[in-house]
Design a binder for this molecule. Structure first.
Ligand SMILES: [Zn+2]
Ligand SMILES: [Zn+2]
Length: 310
């Protein structure tokens, strides 16, 4: 299916490619794995979508047949038909060709720029909360308030948890509070673990979502965790992290990981957003400004999600 790209989100993963932390299957390759647009052409076998329909694209075009796809974990697909920016060209372009099965209709009332940003931020947040198994009332730390972090705050709120947002940028922390964070911690000026212990009556957090993944943030995340607490790695960096098994064993803590998201989570994220339950702060930029936007993202100057519009 040929899609006229309306918007493509600029994600931290883009920087991981540019820095060499992630290596695409081939180069050159077009970046951009958060894509929404309008159907321009459909193949003969496509029955449920027509030219002019508004769609969001799931980044991983799953095979639908492997053991993972069969149980709905299509984000772990063994034989993907496509994988935007990793193996096939992404959405920093005017048009993109994807299998119709990778697209999800965008509900009425939701703009395509927000839909694009939700393809990774909202969806990844939904997946991470599912992996962590967050209970109502849980003290849940969101360590990092980029696009995924701000979505996580809202998804946790929906789940009845008590979100605590940690970041170094006061503007982002203010936005996190506006979107539902009960407590915010400025990692540049405050002792993260001490503030979280105090905010939880000394118990520590039930779950910490690690969206940064450096040695420093990992240490603070572990020090913030309470008994039976779960540390969820979503973010990563070049850093290696030292783990002291004893300090995990005694309080029965867990470390789990969450990668990407299922196609069904894109359906859910778009639905939540269309109902006003998941807000994405989007700033729109022309595609030709991609270099500058990436510089802004690296410098921590982007608040919410930047999207490129061809
Ligand atoms: Zn992304
Ligand atoms: Zn598969």
């Amino acid at each position: 299916m040929l899609i006229d790209v309306a918007a493509a989100g600029v994600c931290g993963t883009e920087l991981h490619f540019l820095d060499g932390l992630l290596t695409p299957a081939r180069t050159p390759i077009t970046l951009g794995h958060e894509v929404a647009g309008v159907v321009a052409e459909v193949g003969e076998a496509v029955e449920d979508l027509a030219v002019g329909d508004r769609v969001a694209v799931h980044y991983l075009h799953a095979c639908g047949r492997c053991r993972w796809c069969r149980v709905g974990d299509d984000h772990l697909c063994d034989a993907p038909l496509g994988f935007l920016a990793f193996a096939t060209d992404g959405g920093f372009a005017e048009q993109i060709v994807v299998p119709a099965s990778a697209t999800v209709p965008v509900p009425h009332g939701l703009d395509l720029a927000s839909a694009a940003a939700l393809c990774c931020s909202g969806t990844t947040a939904l997946h991470a909360v599912d992996v962590a198994g967050v209970a109502a009332g849980a003290a849940a730390v969101v360590y990092g308030t980029g696009g995924v972090g701000l979505a996580l705050v809202q998804v946790l709120r929906e789940a009845g948890a008590r979100p605590i947002a940690v970041a170094r940028n006061p503007e982002r922390l203010a936005l996190a509070r506006e979107l539902g964070a009960e407590t915010t911690v400025n990692a540049a000026t405050e002792d993260v673990a001490a503030v979280i212990r105090e905010a939880t009556g000394g118990a520590g957090a039930d779950v910490v979502f690690e969206l940064v993944g450096t040695r420093e943030t990992s240490a603070a995340a572990l020090a913030s965790l309470g008994k039976r607490g779960t540390l969820v790695y979503v973010g990563y960096s070049f850093d290696r992290v030292e783990i002291d098994p004893l300090s995990l064993v005694v309080p029965e803590q867990r470390i789990v990981t969450s990668v990407g998201n299922r196609r069904s989570e894109l359906v859910d994220a778009l639905d939540l957003a269309a109902r006003g339950r998941l807000v994405t702060r989007v700033t729109e930029h022309p595609l030709s400004d991609a270099g500058r936007v990436l510089d802004d993202l690296r410098a921590g100057r982007v608040v919410g999600r930047a999207v490129l519009m061809p």
